[in-house]
Write a protein that binds this ligand. Structure first.
Ligand code: FMN
Length: 185
């Protein structure tokens, strides 16, 4: 079947790994992958609250134990870029500020996505949403100024240092961050 519009694959809060990104790139004709990684809205948490509402404490306990299941967003952006180097990568899952947007772009996302905080502002009113998005833009501009990036293209090539849990995770997955930054961004 052919669709007249470009198709995107997205996760919903647990991230996409290199192997799945590669499979998507090989086997489908999708144009973009939204990683929706771990670190933001947790659908296991949503399931826990739904189970609690039904007083199903058994299901709630299980959902709670999977609250943090998934691939962190930063790792997922990098893995998806490696697995599907020719697709557009949307970095999302826990993106909350313009600085988060800048970080997502700097490690290889083409764009960033925000769900929960934008929805929270939107239900309060369009002015609240606009104020939130203006802050995101201002923070992104500040991050660009601080990294000497005149354009988003330059920001996407700015030097990056990866520390802590993300560094450990990438090492265990056999990903050399310096090599990645040079070859895949
Ligand atoms: C209220 C709400 C409804 C959502 N509904 C959908 C949906 O229908 N389909 C979908 O693919 N993702 C849905 N998502 C998931 C988001 O698109 C996103 O992948 C996830 O929330 C992680 O981003 P965040 O941390 O910025 O919220 C929803 C998220 C929220 C908060």
């Amino acid at each position: 079947m052919e669709l007249p519009v470009p198709i995107m694959v997205k996760e919903t809060g647990a991230g996409i790994c290199r192997e799945i990104a590669s499979l998507i790139a090989r086997e489908t004709n999708v144009k973009a992958i939204d990683v929706a990684g771990l670190g933001g809205t947790s659908w296991s948490a949503v399931e826990m609250y739904r189970a609690l509402r039904r007083k199903n404490y058994y299901a709630a306990e299980i959902a709670k134990n999977f609250w943090n299941w998934g691939i962190p967003t930063a790792v997922s952006i990098i893995e998806t870029r490696i697995g599907a180097p020719n697709l557009k990568v949307i970095g999302s899952g826990g993106v909350r500020t313009g600085l988060d947007v800048a970080k997502a772009l700097a490690i290889g996302a083409n764009v960033a996505g925000i769900a929960l905080p934008a929805l929270r502002e939107a239900v309060k009113g369009i002015e609240n949403l606009e104020k939130y998005l203006r802050r995101i833009i201002d923070e992104l501009k500040i991050a660009m100024l601080l990294t000497g990036s005149k354009t988003l293209k330059q920001l996407r090539k700015t030097d990056v240092v990866v520390t802590g849990r993300v560094k450990e995770w990438l090492e265990q997955r056999g990903i050399d961050i310096r090599e990645y930054l040079e070859k895949f961004r």
